[in-house]
Design a protein around this ligand. Structure first.
Ligand code: FES
Length: 149
């Protein structure tokens, strides 16, 4: 096998692996689509640790579990120009122009000027669902945006 074929086969294998992962992730979390809503099943509420951020990048959000157990589903899209933010110990940072956001999605460092979008959360029989159909734009964080049991 020459170098060109090796690179081509490696690239194809990586694409197939990613497609398999996304399919497995979608099936595992069972997206429920009923027209106006597209519910993403996160999992059991009692399996979530407090003061932790869970990435669900394939579903466009990260779940921020606060110290008091409150939940926020924050969009992964930076509100500056739409790059994908990454979670860190304190919240989120954008690799494109260095905006940062706290665990509530509030801007801590510009150039972004408004908080990360959020998605509605519902809890049914101990299962957490995030409606990823339509993100909610917001200027800033308010405690009424947190979901509690
Ligand atoms: S796109 Fe995130 S800071 Fe510019």
């Amino acid at each position: 096998m020459n170098r060109k074929n090796f690179i081509k086969k490696t690239a194809l294998a990586l694409v197939a692996l990613e497609a398999g992962y996304l399919t497995f992730d979608a099936l595992k979390n069972k997206n429920i689509n009923n027209g106006d809503n597209q519910l993403y099943k996160v999992g059991r509420l009692d399996s979530l640790e407090k003061n932790k951020i869970y990435p669900f990048g394939s579903a466009k959000f990260q779940l921020s579990v606060l110290e008091d157990g409150g939940l926020l589903a924050l969009s992964v899209k930076c509100t500056h120009l739409g790059c994908i933010v990454q979670a860190n110990d304190n919240g989120f940072e954008c690799p494109c122009h260095a905006s940062s956001f706290n665990k509530f999605g509030e801007v801590e460092s510009p150039p972004a000027t408004r908080a990360l979008d959020i998605f509605p959360i519902s809890i049914v029989k101990g299962e957490v669902f995030v409606d990823i159909h339509k993100p909610i734009k917001r200027k800033d964080f308010q405690t009424s945006q947190i979901t509690y049991v």
